[in-house]
Design a protein. Structure first.
Length: 425
């Protein structure tokens, strides 16, 4: 029902519970069916705005969706049930005309989302019991949609020029997934956990910016048909992201790239599969690549008529900063920092690549000990290690710490290359 609130807005009332019957199209690959029971506690929706620019604000104490009466394509009842519960729900939806299209502004938040599902297939000796909880999910986003024919044409460049854009972000608190089940009569148990997740994406006619991250991950699994009693692993952080210009330009714009895998650990059973004698140090593994710089595309990279698979990328690189480059595993570590600028008027000195100017410092710790361990487990031969050590002796000098090597690589204007004070070209 509807209730006029006297200020130009209307409250929309919903029934406390109602059923939705889902049936797959007959003749399809899976003509199954199910009933969804939707329950709502203290659900409130306020409609305001105008016909051309409506706004909806909603809140609810809880919303539940319960699946029941599941059947297969023949109408045979299936032992499958599930419940989705959203608690502390709040959000909004706003639409408004925009130049060349329609703009949307949406938000969503909840105290928690919980999903449980279970079922069995006695004839196949399989069963599952799944529980998923997500704390404090949040989403907010703005977008501008243009003519559907323009979107369907597959020319993103033309759509962006007409005003298409996306700008959204998402985050959660802790996520926990538990799976108990059996496969062909073999029981198993899986637990997956995350401390939190984040993501964002932004795309307009000038730039693309997207990123995703997870923290505090852990997993352990037993049973089923795994070749070992237990699989365990964890990580501190996994993240990636790219931000860059997309428009054709002659002047430099900022770009960045990030990839992080921090403090990856795994169980002794997994280590023992390739290192049964424990020759390698079982320290956490980390890989970080964090770059910033400036550059410019000489073409519109989102135009489908533009080919980017040729031998030469249509981009000019003006500067590059190695904010953090790190690889750490088995007691060894390689790290690099530095900053370079590029002379796009000088392409001859480096085979068609713009001449760099600046300095990069590479520090290697524990490399000799790691090479000895790799020889011990048969991954590399002694001759391979000897060749590698000869190469390191030419490019690196002893550092301040034990089993530490340092290589200072300097590029000078005019095309000269200096390594550890020795001019190489």
């Amino acid at each position: 029902g509807f209730r006029d609130l006297g200020d130009g807005s209307v409250e929309i009332a919903y029934p406390a519970s109602y059923d939705v019957r889902l049936t797959a199209p007959q003749g399809g690959d899976d003509a199954s069916s199910a009933t969804l029971v939707v329950g709502q506690e203290e659900m409130k929706v306020i409609a305001s705005g105008t016909v051309d620019a409506p706004r909806f604000d909603y809140t609810a104490k809880t919303v539940t969706v319960t699946a029941k009466d599941v059947t297969d394509a023949t109408g045979k009842p299936q032992d499958v049930t599930g419940v989705l519960t959203i608690a502390g729900l709040a959000g909004s939806y706003i639409a408004a005309p925009a130049s060349g299209g329609q703009s949307y502004d949406t938000s969503f938040s909840a105290a928690s989302i919980a999903l449980t599902a279970k079922g069995s297939e006695p004839e196949q000796q399989t069963a599952f019991d799944v529980s998923l909880t997500v704390a404090e999910p949040k989403f907010g986003g703005k977008s501008t949609m243009v003519a559907p024919t323009l979107m369907q044409a597959g020319n993103m460049s033309a759509a962006l020029a007409a005003g298409f854009m996306l700008d959204g972000s998402y985050s959660t608190g802790a996520i926990a997934l538990t799976v108990d089940g059996s496969e062909s009569g073999k029981p198993g148990h899986v637990e997956v956990g995350l401390a939190g997740t984040t993501a964002h994406v932004k795309l307009d006619a000038q730039r693309l910016d997207y990123a995703f991250g997870m923290t505090g991950g852990k997993v352990n699994a037993t049973g089923f048909d795994m070749p070992m009693p237990m699989v365990e692993g964890a990580f501190g952080e996994i993240a990636y992201g790219v931000a860059m210009p997309v428009a054709k330009a002659t002047e430099p714009s900022d770009f960045s790239a990030l990839f992080k895998m921090v403090d990856i650990t795994m169980s002794e059973d997994l280590w023992n599969m390739f290192d049964p004698g424990a020759a390698l140090k079982r320290d956490p593994v980390s890989v970080i690549l964090d770059l910033d710089g400036t550059g410019a595309w000489s073409v519109d990279i989102l135009d489908p008529a533009v080919q980017l698979d040729g031998p030469d990328l249509p981009v000019k690189l003006f500067s590059l900063d190695l904010t953090q480059v790190l690889a750490k595993a088995a007691g060894a570590q390689v790290a690099a920092t530095g900053a370079l600028t590029f002379d796009n008027a000088n392409l001859a000195s480096y085979g068609g690549f713009p001449a760099p100017e600046g300095k990069v410092t590479v520090t290697l710790d524990g490399i000799n000990a790691l090479m000895d361990a790799l020889v011990a487990i048969g991954v590399v031969s002694q001759d391979d290690v000897m060749g590698a050590r000869m190469g390191l002796a030419m490019m690196a000098k002893p550092g301040a710490g034990p089993d530490q090597l340092v290589s200072e690589i300097e590029f000078k204007a005019g095309g000269s290359l200096i390594v550890n004070g020795v001019q190489m070209q």
